[in-house]
Design a protein around this ligand. Structure first.
Ligand SMILES: NC(=O)c1ccc[n+]([C@@H]2O[C@H](COP(=O)([O-])OP(=O)(O)OC[C@H]3O[C@@H](n4cnc5c(N)ncnc54)[C@H](O)[C@@H]3O)[C@@H](O)[C@H]2O)c1
Length: 389
């Protein structure tokens, strides 16, 4: 089936992404998937960039009424404009620090597709005003934790995509690993081989970052509270240490715990002068600068525009890249296209299952197992070249 996303007139970055997203295009080529979405109102909160643009365009092409807002600080304005031309109602500015939740929920959605749980927590808190709501999907681990803590999903299924072992393997471990390191290289032009680097948090994301750094020749030290994760890091050949010891003399710090306030600014004094700090986790809350150190005027150059430079009381400079927002989104175009094809296909097929009434259990839950297995097989075929793009 031909699709608008491959059309010569569509934004070239959306077309390029779509050309390498065979799983998502195959899903929307299925009559049952298109029928599941036809006429439904879908409110979406995602980083607005070409790959998520492909998903929104395909939803709109299938006949859904899509309203979209962006995750904070990552919206690409040219992609927003291109999506408006494809029939998506977009409420987002590049400068947004919070998603425009009220605007997209004014759509009175049947379905939500979320990244960070802003939409879903809002709708679950006022369910009586949304009698048409059927359920939704949540992309992130952090969002899944928030939803489980908050409660309120007793009547509707909310599928957490990051609970899928498949997604954790392909996107978090391999996709995030590659793109975070690529983001730091783009934002700094520094050499990775030989660099003493600290990865804080050895979940799938931190593990992917640590392994990518090591493959490029960095000297990696891992810090994690969980002894099993520390053991895994040791067995995979990394140094493991407490945070202050790990930071001593290091030149790069990657924040991959997903938790708030895990590093306090004074601890950065251990690092080398001009060391860089990069965000991996969903929220830029892992490093707490407080009022420690002086934020110097913006660097502003082409190479240095993402550099938030702090002069610490010792006189050392530490460079926090883009306020520790996810550096792969800020400086590297996000996760690789194929990894996002997988994650967004899990999103689309999970949401279609909810729309069709095929997910009968309410509550916050993982991707249905048979769906996960099927997409694993499709992805293995696609990535090894057996499924034509
Ligand atoms: N940048 C991206 O493109 C991208 C993509 C997917 C997920 N994420 C985000 O990355 C973050 C990590 O994801 P994950 O799947 O690896 O999560 P995870 O929860 O599996 O792993 C986090 C690890 O950090 C450790 N940890 C927690 N608090 C700690 C502390 N105070 N000190 C040391 N270690 C600590 C935990 O023990 C755990 O091993 C999440 O916020 C997730 O939303 C980012």
């Amino acid at each position: 089936m031909t699709s608008i996303v491959l059309d010569e007139h569509v934004h070239p970055d959306i077309r390029w992404a779509a050309a390498h997203m065979p799983l998502l295009r195959a899903a929307f080529a299925e009559p049952e998937v298109r029928a599941a979405f036809r006429g439904l109102r879908v409110s979406v909160c995602l980083h607005i960039e070409p790959k998520t643009g492909v998903l929104c365009a395909l939803l709109a092409e299938a006949g859904a009424l899509v309203t979209l807002t962006g995750s904070p600080g990552t919206t690409r304005v040219d992609i927003s404009e291109a999506l408006r031309d494809l029939g998506v109602r977009v409420f987002a500015e590049q400068s947004d620090v919070v998603p425009q939740v009220d605007e997209v929920l004014a759509n009175r959605p049947h379905l939500t597709l979320d990244n960070g749980a802003d939409l879903t927590t809002a709708i679950l808190a006022e369910l009586s005003e949304h009698p048409e709501y059927l359920g939704g999907t949540e992309e992130t681990t952090t969002g899944g934790i928030l939803l489980r803590q908050q409660g309120g999903a007793e009547k509707h299924p909310i599928i957490v995509i990051n609970d899928s072992p498949l997604k954790l393997l392909v996107e978090n471990r391999f996709g995030v690993g590659q793109s975070i390191v690529q983001g730091v290289m783009n934002a700094t032009n520094l050499m990775i081989p030989g660099a003493p680097a600290v990865v804080l948090g050895y979940g799938p994301c931190g593990r992917g970052v640590a392994n990518t750094l090591r493959e490029l020749g960095a000297r990696v030290t891992v810090v994690d509270l969980d002894p099993y994760r520390r053991l895994e890091a040791v067995m995979e050949g990394h140094q493991v240490a407490e945070l202050d010891d790990a930071l001593l003399g290091s030149r790069m710090l990657f924040l991959a715990t997903g938790q708030p306030d895990v590093v306090h600014a004074a601890q950065l004094e251990q690092m080398a002068d001009q060391a860089v700090v990069a965000g991996v986790g969903h929220f830029s809350w892992e490093l707490n600068m407080g009022d420690y150190g002086e934020l110097l005027p913006g660097a502003g150059g082409q190479q240095t525009r993402f550099h938030d430079r702090y002069r610490l009381p010792s006189g050392k400079i530490v460079v926090v890249l883009a306020g520790s927002r996810m550096i792969n989104l800020v400086a590297a175009g996000g996760n690789p296209i194929e990894a996002m094809d997988l994650g967004l296909t899990l999103q689309a097929r999970s949401l279609a299952s909810i729309a069709r009434g095929a997910v009968t259990e309410p509550g916050v839950q993982p991707v249905p197992q048979e769906l996960d297995r099927r997409i694993a097989g499709d992805f293995a075929d696609a990535i090894s070249g057996k499924l034509g793009v």
